[in-house]
Design a protein around this ligand. Structure first.
Ligand code: PGA
Length: 234
């Protein structure tokens, strides 16, 4: 079954979250996950949908202003967390080391994890895609191994929020590289929309999608989930 995760980023407070969740019906044959901001997690969990946070700290508690721990998320009924999204790495100083610590703690506490990797445009143009992915994936693999709760998301940074997607060839190549380093399911992320989801999801080694912008609208997110369900059943 393919995993389709909607990363809402800093959109939708509790009211909008409840509206979305009431309207959203998960098509049969897909593992659909909603990732709202922290303040909307409770509303999303109450709806009965599967809910992941957008980050998680490595400590159980402590003097870490602004952070939230894995046991706190578990207490709320949250099933997992995204870790190491490129926006966290780019704007909030997340490193391979902090990403690894967050992943280990989350898995130890029974959360599922979507660990994000991906190269920038400059890195790709400089021929460093393979090196960048190798370093990022090895940091994750060294810390967590091929844990059953772990999924990697390949998100080329140049494709996030830009309307550009990796071509099917580029996606296949990157996913094969990642799977060769760490044997876990790999999601594709970066401008997945209703009109390109089926093609991207049908590529070998693409086990699902991490969807940003198109996950904010219940109709387009449902259509992407349906495309994944159709492929799983065929
Ligand atoms: P996008 O975001 O689908 O809006 O490109 C994907 C992501 O950042 O996870």
């Amino acid at each position: 079954m393919k995993l389709i995760a909607g990363n809402w980023k800093m959109f939708k407070g509790p009211r909008e979250t409840r509206e979305f969740c009431e309207a959203f019906r998960v098509p049969e044959g897909v593992d659909a996950v909603l990732c709202p901001p922290y303040v909307s997690l409770a509303a999303a969990v109450e709806s009965g949908h599967t809910v992941f946070a957008q980050n998680v700290h490595w400590a159980e508690d402590g003097a870490f202003t602004g952070e939230v721990s894995a046991p706190m998320l578990r207490e709320l009924g949250v099933a997992g967390a995204i870790v190491g999204h490129s926006e966290r790495r780019q704007y909030f100083g997340e490193t391979d080391e902090t990403v690894a610590r967050r992943i280990v703690a989350a898995l130890e506490h029974g959360l599922r994890v979507i660990a994000c990797v991906g190269e920038s445009l400059e890195e790709r143009q400089a021929g460093q895609m393979e090196l960048v992915l190798r370093l990022q994936v090895e940091a994750i693999g060294d810390a967590a191994g091929a844990h059953e709760g772990l999924v990697v998301a390949y998100e080329p940074i140049w494709a996030i929020g830009t309307g550009e997607t990796a071509t099917p060839d580029q996606a296949r190549e990157a996913h094969a590289l990642i799977k060769g380093l760490l044997d876990v399911p790999v999601l594709y992320g970066g401008s997945v929309k209703t009109d390109n989801a089926a093609e991207l999801l049908s590529q070998e080694g693409v086990d699902g999608a991490l969807v940003g912008g198109a996950s904010l609208d219940v109709e387009s997110f449902t259509a992407i989930c349906r495309a994944a369900a159709n492929l799983s059943s065929s």
